[in-house]
Design a protein around this ligand. Structure first.
Ligand SMILES: [Zn+2]
Ligand SMILES: [Zn+2]
Length: 381
């Protein structure tokens, strides 16, 4: 028993470097430890009945239940009401001459806001930071899809690759919540990266053909790297083991032996990881994203409990989009070079302006230029 105890303690994440990353531990074993320690009611999604909660509170604080009742009455939100029960109040308007300091501040702010004239064209800004809140406490329509009690939730940051010049000095990322029982391929499919949407080739003679050549459909290989193991996506026959070259290179350079496994066969529970440690996701050959697990915990009733919504996107970095050089309104879809009609070289165009300028009404190419489909990094905003 003692031996088992020491052994299982290796799977409790402890810091390797304070505030940076933990030592490696096995995700599934950590979950088992949690379940050994806690009772099912600790991680149940059921709300504790109010009377029970009150009784527990009274016992914990060592006060009689009458005191708890009295406290509840005094602290009740009802006592905060400043108007009669039957009167409807507009909560957004602070009345004249408020006596409370907080209300005075709000009043000041409200008056100031009225003096502002704002031209808000970007509606998405309002909701930009609400991704996580949107899914909070969400229950599935079909009870079958309910996240099981005692399920692990891991938070993962996927950083943007450094191959984009504009991200050299910042570290923008997307954050996902994944379930311990989910497969690595589910996270891979949830990650959106413009590299997957790139279209390679020159299409000035056949602009309508371009959308057929999306990279994601052509180059399906990808891998995650965690703790000495390359997890390759080998779901499709055309997938290649991208890690092979790295493994061979490592062999000739006295690196410790690396292992490989299939991404589609591996759940997060089966992984050994360190929290806070930079790992790798590589796709499209050289699009490399740093992957960091930032948190591991048991699911809670206030979490999103709809399994079908996981991996759940909880944070998304939004980049400034590059607009068309002609209309300055739409996101660019084409990039041209050697273009006599363009004001610069290379030049970005939206689809409408590109076609209006470069083709006649029959769709014949006008003038000499080379045209490449362009996918803006902000296309996912
Ligand atoms: Zn990428
Ligand atoms: Zn345009």
């Amino acid at each position: 028993m003692a031996a088992k105890h020491i052994n299982s303690n290796n799977n409790v994440p402890v810091y390797e470097y304070t505030d940076i990353n933990t030592k490696p531990f096995h995700v599934g074993a950590f979950l088992s430890l949690w379940k050994e320690t806690l009772t099912p009611s600790d991680y149940s999604f059921q709300d504790t009945p109010e009377e029970k909660e009150d009784a527990e509170f009274a016992e914990e604080m060592g006060v009689p239940s009458e005191t708890v009742d009295e406290l509840k009455a005094i602290c009740s939100p009802h006592t905060l009401k400043s108007h009669p029960e039957d009167e409807n109040l507009d909560k957004d308007v602070v009345p004249e001459n408020p006596s409370l300091q907080t209300l005075r501040l709000r009043k000041k702010r409200q008056d100031y806001k009225e003096t502002l004239l704002r031209d808000v064209t970007c509606r998405q800004d309002f909701y930009a930071n609400e991704l996580e809140i949107l899914a909070m406490g969400k229950r599935p329509e079909d009870p079958e899809d309910l996240v099981p009690e005692g399920e692990l939730i891991l938070s993962v940051n996927i950083l943007y690759p450094v191959i984009f010049e504009r991200f050299k000095n910042v570290r923008p990322h997307q954050t996902f919540q994944v379930l311990g029982s989910q497969k690595l391929t589910q996270l891979r499919d949830a990650v959106c990266c413009v590299s997957d949407l790139q279209v390679s080739g020159e299409f000035s003679n056949t602009p309508d053909m371009a959308p057929e050549f999306i990279s994601k459909d052509h180059y399906k290989s990808a891998f995650f790297y965690f703790e000495g193991v390359f997890y390759n996506d080998l779901r499709y026959p055309e997938c290649r083991d991208l890690s092979q070259t790295i493994l061979e290179w490592a062999k000739t350079h006295e690196f410790p032996t690396f292992h490989t496994a299939k991404m589609e066969d591996t759940t997060f529970n089966k992984l050994t990881i360190r929290i806070g440690y930079p790992y790798l996701y590589c796709h499209q050959g050289d699009c490399e994203h740093v992957v960091i697990f930032t948190d591991i915990r048991l699911s809670h009733r206030d979490d999103c409990l709809d399994q079908t919504l996981f991996p759940l996107l909880t944070h998304k970095h939004r980049v400034i989009t590059r607009k068309c050089a002609v209309c300055h309104l739409y996101i660019s879809r084409w990039i041209t070079t050697n273009d006599q009609l363009a004001p610069m070289d290379p030049c970005l165009f939206c689809d409408v302006c590109f076609r209006m300028l470069h083709y006649d009404s029959q769709g014949n190419k006008i003038g000499d230029f080379l045209a490449y489909p362009y996918v803006d990094a902000g296309a996912f905003n």
